[in-house]
Design a binder for this molecule. Structure first.
Ligand code: AMP
Length: 329
């Protein structure tokens, strides 16, 4: 880790802090992420190796944040850990306390650095000195890149499971969007609380996940993409629930309470209850500045029956993107 000069903390992920750092040899800015992939006496556990190689494979897409390197920090011996802590320098602040005194060896992931994320990008259009809509061409362009990244992951059999604006990194100058925080160690579930007990957002979570479905698939990511699409247009979240129950009610109030006819099997899901009966509202009214093609695509991403939800690959061919110059991708 001495190869990197740790700069400031840039974010908190579900599983740990993210630091901006500089590669001392090349001057390249990178993002350092401590993983939960702990080493044991036997070295790197095979599950960790599998996850890292999968991440490496996925990060070959232009639309997935690039994994530059994986660093193994040996926290085993007191002396080495103390030396590493000293080498980190005064500016580094924290993070090495656990290593001194026989801390666990850890894996750090080194990613390319992008200057902002989609949450900050949308916020800067909603508030601050210059509130303005996100230009329609930017919405179209970012959604296309997001779908490219998601299609790439799905074609390798990987679900993200936690797509949200904070996980989408943006290079404002170049107009590039990339998916970050790909399911490391998140084999089966997304926790409700982060490592700092921060509440994990439910706003992008698909109804089948909220209803406790045991088997879910690519539809969960497409639901999140739909919510993110709407949020870029509205500059505010489509379904801002603060509990799993409230999250479902937000969805039901807009899209109508789901029925067996629309979504066969819904009433047999583990967490299904009897809910108030709402009629579906006009989706276009929730995204007033979006044209009919956009509303049509959004409605296909927000289908209740996950099997009916549009795939990322099919979405890329939707008429909403007809006016986009695809040669740049
Ligand atoms: P994550 O755990 O990937 O969701 O990261 C949490 C936050 O850290 C994100 O919302 C970003 O603001 C920031 N971040 C993560 N990865 C990077 C990166 N490669 N470059 C710049 N910022 C990042």
């Amino acid at each position: 880790m001495e190869k990197y000069e740790k700069l400031e903390k840039v974010g908190e992920g579900t599983y740990g802090k993210v630091y901006k750092a500089k590669d001392k040899a090349t001057g390249q800015l990178v993002a350092l992420k401590k993983t939960r992939l702990e080493m044991d006496e036997e070295g790197v556990p095979p599950t960790a190796l599998r996850e890292v190689s999968l991440l490496q494979l996925l990060s070959q897409s232009l639309y997935v944040v690039r994994l530059l390197s994986v660093e193994h920090v040996d926290g085993g011996s007191k002396r080495k850990a103390a030396a590493a802590a000293a080498a980190e320098g005064a500016g580094a602040g924290e993070g090495h306390g656990g290593a001194v005194g026989g801390g666990k060896p850890m894996l750090y992931l080194v990613f390319e650095y992008l200057d902002t994320d989609l949450k900050k990008f949308i916020d800067s259009h909603r508030k601050g000195p210059n509130p303005r809509p996100v230009p329609a061409a930017t919405v179209q362009n970012f959604l296309y890149q997001l779908l490219k990244g998601v299609a790439h992951c799905h074609s390798h059999g990987v679900l993200h499971r936690d797509l949200k604006p904070q996980n989408l990194l943006v290079d404002k100058e170049k107009g590039i969007l990339k998916i970050a925080d790909l399911g490391l160690g998140r084999a089966f579930t997304v926790p409700l609380k982060s490592y700092t007990h921060e509440v994990v957002t439910l706003w992008y979570r698909a109804p089948e996940v909220l209803l406790g479905s045991a088997h879910y698939s690519i539809g969960v990511d497409m639901w999140s993409v739909g919510c993110i699409f709407a949020e870029m247009v509205r500059r505010q979240a489509l379904f801002p629930g603060d509990s799993e129950f409230q999250q479902l009610l937000h969805i039901f109030r807009l899209l109508g309470t789901p029925t067996e006819k629309q979504w066969p099997g819904v009433t047999t899901l583990r967490d299904w209850h009897v809910y108030p009966q709402w009629e579906p509202q006009n989706l276009a009214r929730a995204v007033p500045s979006l044209g009919p093609d956009g509303v049509d695509l959004l409605s296909k991403m927000l289908k209740y029956d996950p099997a009916e939800r549009i795939s990322a690959k099919a979405a890329l061919d939707h008429p909403f993107f007809d006016s986009l110059d695809k040669s740049q991708f």
